[in-house]
Design a protein around this ligand. Sequence first.
Ligand code: ADP
Ligand code: ZN
Length: 602
Amino acid sequence: MDKYEALRKFFGHSAFREGQEEIVDNILGGRDCLCVMPTGAGKSLCYQVPALMMSGTSIVISPLISLMQWQVGDLIENGISAAYINSSLESSEYFDICRRAAAGELKIIYVAPERLETESFLRLCECLEIPLVAVDEAHCVSHWGQDFRPSYLKISYFIRSLKNRPTVAAFTATATDTVKSDIERLLELKSPFSITTGFDRPNLFYEVRTPESKDAELLSVIKSVSGAIVYCSTRKNVESVGAMLSRNGIKTAVYHAGFSADKRKAAQEDFLHDRADVIVATNAFGMGIDKSNVPLVVHYNVPKDLESYYQEAGRAGRDGSPARCIMLYSKSDIALAKFMIEHSHEELSLKEQSELKKRDHIRLKKMISYCEAKDCLRGEILRYFGEKAPRRCGHCGNCLSDYDDITLEAQKILSCVYRLKQRNKSEGLPVICSVLTGSRDRAIIEKGYNTLSTYGIMKESERVLQIAEHLVNEGYIELCGKDRLCALTSQADELIKSKGTVMMRLGKSQKKTADSKKHFPTENKELFEMLRELRRKTAESLGVPPYVVFSDASLWDMCSILPKNHDEFLQVSGVGTRKAERYGKKFLAVINEYSKKIGSHF
Ligand code: ADP
Ligand code: ZN
């Protein structure tokens, strides 16, 4: 069996994604790997495919118990013999797994890092052939990572204890150099093949909205999708937004750190199993949740930095199907975010606090510039993470919003700077704007600026300032010296002589919202809902989360292909032989009935 066959047959995917094939090849070639891939990029496949192809039992070290269970459930669903070993097992279950492993029946064993030190696990490994050890969430080995776990430091001892050194492949979504070099050193990787795939998530549609009523806006976007995570920055907001959605008939779970562990667990499970369509949560929600079919993430408040935003918004569309990330922005959020920074890190010394706060304020500023950006939002994110990005991605709220022709207004602003220069004066942007909008400010009158021909020729001061700033960004105006006085560039001279046009993206129009809809699958939405319900019931009877049965991407694909028989069903993305055998009949029955109904209309 080659890698393409493994990919198709077991996972039902037709092609590898960026980075996956190279990693698979390197692992198969026996080279250690250090892979940095953002959440949702498809890290698991990179070690699962080689594990299937190599003889022996591969070990996957993973820190999150619940995640491990679902992943193994997923593999078994796909017809791969896998098991997990962690503290949740009864001893009889544990011995059964040992027996099957020793008999060479298991291709993959997931294990929690704490287990690596136990005598019985080490003894089990002595009698196994282990071609590969994959380390998931490898940043946990580093003090600099977000979630350092001391037990990760034991991984290198464990690997050394094996009689034949396996290939070691480490995976993480954290890309800083310190963390990367810590992983390489502490896991003792041998001149690893190192790869960092892009941070771009092409299936995500980023959008910032500044509605008058956040609640009304939230309701209307939520009604158009089949599920969502809504992040709020305070517990109070979580509760009020949750209540608002429930009042409006939406099945909603709420989650924040103030609830008991039981209540949190129940909320998480309800969402995972599609019993609740929406979960409203603080940022405490997320770590350890691996739900791949989330079509929408809304931020009701501005998060503290773009790292958090990227990570939280990134929980949408992990299965690769189109998904939306909407920020509901209002200026009042800024004060809230600042307040939270001022009241953070209280456990540290004053000196440390003040340093961290300084850093946090800088990060918040960047977050706010994202919210206020007029240009491509994807570009804003990618450049923040140090990646190159095109000026326009064509698939975000800003790229789809309308351009305004601001040539005339630009000419007025530039002329004002020009007239001042004729009087041997130069001023900063605020004064220029005051002159243009005819301010009665004493300073303006005293300087005689009210006699300029450009005095009072424009109206809305906020818009004038926006355009003036845009002219600076686009290189028409230069800000000189520490007083940042305006000077015209040669580009500006051209424009004053009425050559060329200036475009700028302003405000958000209604049209854009309508446009963005066509970027989402709506084909046979009714069928999608029917399949979704069938999936929920099927999953419930098996006691697994729905996405383990089929991803949203697969359901949408069924809606567009409308497969008629088993062979056509196999063409659906994400459907391997095993899933086709297990579920094909039931799903085909619903699809066929739907097709007949549709057909009868023609
Ligand atoms: P990560 O661990 O990097 O966050 P996962 O391994 O959980 O991501 O994969 C995320 C989703 O992407 C899963 O639903 C998986 O089925 C899907 N996926 C992975 N590789 C491919 C591929 N080559 N083609 C299509 N879907 C894929
Ligand atoms: Zn864009």
